[in-house]
Design a protein around this ligand. Structure first.
Ligand SMILES: *[C@@H]1O[C@H](CO)[C@@H](O)[C@H](O)[C@H]1NC(C)=O
Length: 262
């Protein structure tokens, strides 16, 4: 009887070790051991489609019709995703990762079904016709890398106003609004600092969308709350399990104790 109980104790203790032990973490740990991403490969992929600064990404939108553009952009993003799946991104913020975000926003604005895409397509022929005019809107070289946030925001304002004015002059007020929305969405996604959006001017919906990041329109707060809830659920389940096991062990230990002393 005593032997049997000891065996059960041993069995339960080992089970406990298995549940709380390191077997699962070793898998996670292995996944974490990715090598750093090869910057040159990424840069080449970005350069291939001319994603070299915010203006160049905006430039893409006026170069060719939405359909061929989206094909090109999605093929490029696919290659980038493939690379990123197997390597560790550098410490953020990183210029190349910021540019990838800008390209993703371009895709989201023009290549997924939305009212905005319709509006953009409606004015595309005019954007295309006057595309070389937008060259005037280029910021000073490497403006997004300036160490002074005020300089960045001033440049940002100048660029977005320029796109607005040039589009307004040639394609009308409505087209100007559409172009400005695209410009703001793309530049916001690339910059790591926040410029006063009111000063630059955008629709509030877009600002919300951007705050939530490219994953969706859910507000940041909602997402955080969701995460917290998930964590609590997992934690309480784990605790229940743990308590259950501890009771069992305690019971066996007690029984053994009684046997020994009797
Ligand atoms: C826009 O793209 C065209 C064609 O690739 C290029 O010639 C032009 O310099 C680009 N403009 C800007 C502002 O990048």
């Amino acid at each position: 009887m005593r032997k049997k109980l000891l065996l059960i104790t041993f069995y339960i203790l080992s089970w406990n070790a298995l549940v709380t032990g390191s077997k699962f973490y070793s898998k996670i740990f292995k996944k974490k051991q990715k090598k750093p991403c090869d910057e040159e490969t990424l840069v080449n992929l970005l350069a291939e489609i001319q994603v070299i600064n915010p203006e160049a990404i905006i430039n893409l939108s006026t170069m060719e019709e939405v359909k061929p553009l989206c094909k090109k952009v999605s093929e490029n993003l696919e290659k980038i995703e493939e690379i990123l799946a197997d390597c560790k991104p550098p410490h953020q913020p990183d210029l190349y990762f910021q540019l990838i975000k800008g390209e993703e926003i371009l895709y989201r604005k023009l290549c997924t079904e939305s009212a905005f895409k319709q509006q953009f397509q409606g004015h595309f022929s005019c954007f295309h016709k006057f595309r070389s005019e937008f060259d005037k809107c280029n910021g000073t070289p490497d403006w997004i890398e300036n160490s002074d946030p005020e300089v960045i925001c001033a440049e940002y304002k100048k660029i977005s106003n320029c796109y607005y004015e040039i589009t307004g002059t040639h394609c009308g007020q409505e087209a100007a609004e559409v172009m400005k929305e695209l410009v703001i969405s793309i530049i916001n996604s690339i910059l790591t600092i926040k410029c006063d959006i009111n000063e630059i001017g955008t629709n509030p919906e877009d600002a919300l969308e951007l705050e939530a990041g490219p994953e969706g329109k859910k507000s940041l707060k909602t997402k955080l709350l969701d995460k917290l809830k998930d964590k609590k659920d997992i934690k309480s389940r784990a605790e229940q399990k743990k308590n259950y096991i501890s009771y069992e062990v305690l019971l066996v230990v007690l029984t053994n104790f009684i046997h020994y002393t009797m």
